[in-house]
Write a protein that binds this ligand. Sequence first.
Ligand code: GLP
Length: 261
Amino acid sequence: MEVVIVPDAESGGDLIAEAMARLLRQKPDALLGVATGSTPLPVYRALSARVRAGGADTSRARVAQLDEYVGLPAEHPESYRSVLRREVLEPLGIPMERFLGPDGAAEDVQAACEDYDRALATAGGVDLQLLGIGTDGHIGFNEPCSSLASRTRIKTLTEQTRVDNARFFEGDIEQVPHHVITQGIGTILEARHLVLLATGEGKADAVAATVEGPVAAVCPASALQLHPHATVVVDEGAASRLKLADYFRHTYAHKPHWQGL
Ligand code: GLP
């Protein structure tokens, strides 16, 4: 995998937005896999700034969701569908007709998961999947010890993740659902390019385990080591426990510019 150390979250957002803009120039109807959480917000801001300035064209772009809470109605302000509509689709001018996501309110959750995996395949697969990372190394909602071959399915959140996410529910953990639908790790690995963004020292241990630890289900993000095109973008804080930080800085500084991410 390639590790790019950037000075701060904004530069990380800018770099990834440029990779997305470049992809859209090559493939205008690219399927962009997007993530929720606070970390990717600078990416969406930078991409929508490019769209407004005419530097990126999202007029045919498609967007796919990574994970969703189970049991929240789609119109609940904190359902990931609502969050993505607010933070990604509207700023990028992408209508819901070009959005793919699992049905978190479905009565038959298992069928909704299988339907979503099928819908992703029918759509031709995700071209670029943006990922954040949980403090425990989760990607999407694949908590530690998720099968590295898993498909989209229902998962039970750890207490830590519910505590981390309570800030989106007025700080009230009781409102955070216990169950979620998440693309499996095997599903995520099918995207053609994986881009993980991590910022802040709070993510430093998870990043070190992802990049320099063994491939192990205990750190789901370490599965990125199995992918032929995985990019990990980290700010100084998130890079602070990387033993090979100088090596990563050196290789990126000397990378041919035309290569992009
Ligand atoms: C949630 C999401 C993940 C995200 C993680 C980290 O659990 N399901 O996709 O990566 O939060 O969020 P943040 O970026 O806010 O730290």
